[in-house]
Design a protein around this ligand. Structure first.
Ligand code: MG
Length: 278
């Protein structure tokens, strides 16, 4: 870790946090979350929790963290379902054709799309867009309908490319594994919204009104959280409370700017950086 990076933390205006492995693990909140969020508020910084999980709405995520004793309003949480719906709405405002959406996904994704003004359809030949996320009650009919829609020319969009989803039994197929099936059946590659792709980060920055240069991204997974943020020019922090180890972060050709045990260490560094420039 360089002194220069620590010093530059003083100039950060916004922070994005991944959720699982950064804010909580399972249903257990990680240490120091509320203290850090309160400090960001107190120093006039903006923040948002940004997750590839497309199963829940922002309100459902807010309720989930509230049950852990954390105060996070729904508008401070961006999941890939809502990011996908917002992003698609903006593409249409910028000139993509209007049309119905066929969805493979759960309630979180369906309601995000309808809340963003989209009409959903189950008819593969009536869909301008085919949107796919994780779906724990997936049927062959869902697979067939979305495949037919894409083959019929619907634009193919994925919420995220996480190939597996962690459960108590182990890793089960995630949204990315389902996208791979559609690609195999259609020879088409999806536009993917979630981290490490840019649309998710761009949507979060648009909501907070900040640029990558003044934004910090905190994540536990190099391949998603850190890769995407580095590509956009954000300052990055890898924390060791989730998936990746110190050596996984440190041995990358472009490692995160800081590798920290967790959020309490980040709060300490931020306070130190702020004290140095004041
Ligand atoms: Mg994570």
């Amino acid at each position: 870790m360089t002194t220069e990076t620590v010093h530059s933390l003083a100039h950060i205006r916004a922070a994005f946090f991944d959720m699982d492995g950064v804010i909580y693990v399972g249903s257990r909140p990680l240490p120091g979350v509320q203290e850090l969020l309160d400090y960001l508020d107190a120093t006039g910084r903006r923040w948002m929790l940004v997750t590839n999980n497309a199963a829940l709405t922002s309100q459902q995520f807010s309720d989930k963290v509230a049950s852990m004793g954390l105060r996070v309003p729904a508008e401070r949480i961006l999941g890939s379902a809502e990011a996908t719906a917002s992003w698609l709405r903006h593409q249409i405002e910028k000139g993509w054709p209007k049309g119905k959406v066929i969805v493979n996904g759960q309630e979180g994704l369906r309601s995000a799309l309808t809340n963003a003004g989209f009409e959903l359809t189950n008819d593969p030949f009536d869909a301008a867009y085919a949107v796919s996320g994780a779906n724990f009650s997936l049927t062959y009919n869902d697979l067939a309908n979305v495949t037919l829609a894409i083959r019929n020319g619907a634009r193919f969009i994925g919420t995220n490319s996480d190939r597996t989803y962690p459960t108590e039994r182990g890793q089960v197929p995630g949204a990315g594994a389902i996208l791979a099936l559609f690609t195999a059946a259609t020879d088409r590659e999806p536009i993917v919204i979630g981290k490490p792709n840019a649309p998710m980060f761009e949507e979060a920055m648009r909501r907070l009104g900040v640029t990558p240069e003044e934004t910090l991204m905190v994540g536990d997974r190099y391949e998603t959280d850190i890769v995407g943020a580095l590509k956009l020019g954000m300052t990055t922090v890898g924390v060791l409370t989730g998936i990746d180890s110190r050596s996984t972060f440190a041995t990358q050709s472009a490692p995160p700017h800081l590798i920290l045990d967790g959020l309490p260490e980040l709060l300490t560094l931020l306070r130190r950086a702020d004290a140095e420039v004041s």
